[in-house]
Design a protein around this ligand. Structure first.
Ligand code: GTP
Ligand code: MG
Length: 204
């Protein structure tokens, strides 16, 4: 999969601001600062399309990135970010929840976790909820460049056990610095969009 012309299309909060062209969407979830925006940039080989920051809480809306009119990556605000007010958190969780539960264009969820550490409580809750909702999930374990390759398997096991994910669950070691894992993620995304049925063709 080669993305030739990725475009930032729209920042949205309400449903009526989401794109209306029926393209499939792959959404990124994960705690603040785990590397969701960096992930988008790495996947499309652009340094700065999605805004990243060493300060958590950079992404504050749903950002839709159009991938050659084939699909969207949807970058969400991170969860578990302590520095925002409770009111702001409630607002975020409302629109994130609305997106994840109702959006028919959603064809896959990429949950990012930090490969270096055991999953947080928020990571575990999110994964449990995604399983409960029968979503197709890919776990991307980021920042693998920060630990030696010999340790990856042990850490992947830690992620799997922490999330209580079964052995069928794909978990990919990923690095926005080295590009490790990019090919495998592209493959997964390709499968998801190939299996996607546009909302209008879905009948009750
Ligand atoms: P929010 O928008 O706050 O939810 O954060 P985010 O998940 O979008 O994280 P972002 O992509 O902004 O990255 C946070 C910090 O981690 C930045 O300083 C990135 O440079 C760094 N980072 C992200 N991915 C990697 C990685 O794979 N390796 C290393 N070494 N650093 C990374
Ligand atoms: Mg971000």
């Amino acid at each position: 999969m080669i993305i030739k012309n990725p475009q930032f299309e729209v920042s949205a909060v309400r449903e009526n601001q989401y794109p209306k062209n029926g393209l499939p969407e792959v959404v990124l979830v994960g705690k603040s600062n785990v590397g969701k925006s960096s992930f988008v940039n790495t996947m499309i080989n652009r340094k700065k399309l999605a805004r990243t920051s060493s300060e958590p809480g950079k992404t504050r809306q749903l950002n839709f990135y159009n991938m050659d009119n084939l699909f969207y990556f949807v970058d969400l605000p991170g969860y578990g970010f302590a520095q925002v007010s409770q009111a702001e958190k409630d607002k975020w969780s409302k629109f994130i929840d609305a997106y994840l539960t109702k959006r028919e264009n959603l064809c896959g969820v990429i949950q990012l976790v930090d490969l270096r550490h055991p999953p947080t409580k928020d990571d575990i809750n999110m994964y449990e909820w995604l399983m409960h909702m029968h979503k197709d999930v890919l776990i991307v374990a980021t920042k693998c460049d920060k630990i030696s390759k010999g340790q990856w398997l042990k850490h992947i096991k830690q992620v799997r056990e922490g999330l209580k994910a079964d052995k069928e669950q794909k978990i990919i070691a990923f690095s926005a610095e080295t590009g490790q894992g990019v090919e495998e993620v592209h493959q997964w995304v390709e499968e998801q969009i190939n299996n996607y049925l546009p909302p209008t063709t879905i009948e009750e």
